[in-house]
Each structure stands twice: as structure tokens, then as C-alpha cells.
Design a protein around this ligand. Sequence first.
Ligand code: ZN
Length: 408
Amino acid sequence: MLSFVRKTIQCLCLMLIASFASAGDETSAQTDYSSHKVLLIGVDGLQYEKLLEAINNGDAPTLARLFAAKSYTGGIVGTFTQQTTYSGPGWATILTGAWIDRHQVHGNDGLLRNKTDSLFKLIKTAAPNRQTASIVSWDTINDNFAEDIHNGYINRALQCHDDDRCVATAVSQLLQSGDSDFIFAHFDEPDVTGHAMGFSPEYQEAIQQVDAYISGLLSALATRPAEEDWLVIVAPDHGRLLPLGQNHGGQTLSEKTTFIALNKPANEQLSQPIVDPMNPGFDGLYGEASQADIAPTVLHHLGIAPNPATYRIDGQPLLGPPGVRQLTVYANNQERRVTLQWRNQSPSGRPITIYRDGKKLVELTDHRAEFVDTELQTIPAGPVDINYVVVMDDVPVARLVRVDLAPL
Ligand SMILES: [Zn+2]
């Protein structure tokens, strides 16, 4: 099965690279980002291995045409990023690029409110004329982002009350009627069927149905003006517990395993997982991309330049340069120091700049893969969060570290 999939991906890449070459240089300063748009499709509870099974059986022909690779959810176990593999935290991470220590959506509760900047807010703040939409089958998602709706960061918000057809119809209409720049479309049926039936023929049928809905959305996209450059991303919020596949929420390899599928060839963060990740847990799963990488990928495609001084996104883009990978930050409270480590694939002397809470700390080159911050005199004793940002190739990656420093 795996070799089949790899072959499919290779064929697809060649086609996409060919079409890319004629589209011109994405990184050129002349890029007109106003024609760049994003359709982010969430499929609740869709297990990667079961998607591959459906693709292998010819039951997911639309998803088979995308570039897909494994990713992880649930944060890093044993750190402040660890979050349950439920839908609330998963969608919050996908829509913010941050883990629970920033978004604070810790469960499936419509009363919870996202506490960090969302894609909707970041897009509307940077480009007020851009039009955003969030059309969800599971209503709780738009409840968790109710402040964005209230503040006008989501131009069109619709709760479809667990009716996937409603989502497909509304999003197709949005695509045909014209002015959306970022659409989040959420389908729920694979998760609902998974809870009721577990891994089963019915679950596979739910995958087949969602593939058909996505096919309809891509047909609507095909009617858009040729000059528009749409990035399409498909991702689930979590995996499922083996062996039955009915439940999820815990920290097992199967529940933590997700995938990200794009209609464009991804960079090494998605296509070349790190084989010896800093944290070797879960059979090397942390060497893959994570669902926090989706939001910065959206911002990259829309041409929204990050401000490193205020940056608070944990993920890194899957298009263009990925920045430093595997950024890991930990504190030694007794000795009042914080250590940052990262991985560089091919060091070549490129500059790296590090910020702490918006203040530029140091400039290094990518021959270095560690920095120890010992200048913490201004940080008071006791528990406090510090935000570090490491910038390489103009791509920032952020980490929050909760310190509890000893008195000076
Ligand atoms: Zn569920």
C-alpha cells in the first residue's frame, strides 16, 4: 500500500512542478498576492491509514490527487504543548498555528474561547479588504472563535448543525459568488460514523462521501478566474484509538497521527520528515510536520509578512523556506537560563536572529543549532511565560516557555 501511495505522490509532484514552472517565481518581490487565496478543508476524525486504504481501493479519487503526508496532533507529550486529541483543541491549533499553552481550548466545549490570534484575525488585521469565511458542520468550532465573529474577523460564519451537505452547498456558493480570500470548510461525518461504528465499511463509506463533497468544492474552484492562485489544504483534527477506531482523546500513536494534504508541492517540513527527531517518542512521529504548521502555510500563501517581534505561532510554513526545524526550548529555573535548540538541514552561514518577548537578543548563523539565554535579570522570580522567536530566511518560529525562575 505504501509503495503505491509514494508512486502516486511522485506522479502528482511532476505534474504540479510543471504547472508551477509556468506560474512564475513565487518568491519574487513582484508577486501580486491579491490573487492568492486559500481553501482550508477540515475533515473531522479522518484516520490517515484509513484514507490510504480508501485511496488504494479507488474510493477517494479526489484526495488521491493531492500531495499528502503524515503529521501529528496533541502537542509534545510532557511539555506545555500537550493537548488532548479531541476536536476542540485540534481545530484551535489548526486555525491558530499554536498549541494549548496559547489557544487554551482544552476540550470540546462551546463556552471555551480561543485565546491567541487566529488566522481570521491575522488575515483581516494585515489586509482588511480580504474576505474570510468559516463554514462548519460541528458548530462548536465557530463558538470557540465567537470573538472573531463578533469583531468582524470572520465575514461569513455558518453553523451547519452536523449537516455536511449544508457545508458543501454553502462553500460551493461562496466559491461561485466570488469574493472570498480564505475559506475554512469543516466536514464532520467521518468522525460521527467513527464514534458510532468504529473502523468499518460504514467508516470507509463516510470517507468516500467526503471525497465526493471535496470533489464538488474543487469543481466550483475550477470555475474561478484563471489568474487566481488557490492553495487547497485538507487535514483532520485527530486520529483514532486502535483497534476499534471508535474513540480518541488520548496520547497514543494512532490518535496522534494525522495528515496534511496540499494541492501544491510542499517543502521539506512536510515532504522530508526528520528521521531522528529531538524527541524520539511515538516511533519518530515528532519528526513529521504538525497540525500547527497549517496556519503559517496559509499566511505564507496569502503573502502576509510576519512581524518577528510580535510573532506567536508555533508551527512553520509548508511552502517556501520552513525556517529552523524542531525548535525546542527549556528552562533551568535554578540557574536562571533558557536553552533553545533546533535543527538545520544544510548549514550554509545563513543568519539566524533570536527574539525574547519582542526584544532582539542575538544574531547567529545556521552553523549554530543552540543558544543559551542567560540574560534573564529582568525576568522576575516565580511563574511567567516567555515567548521566544527564532528567525531564519525571514521565517519566524515561536515557542512559549513557562519558567519559574529562582530569585536573583
Ligand atoms: Zn470525535
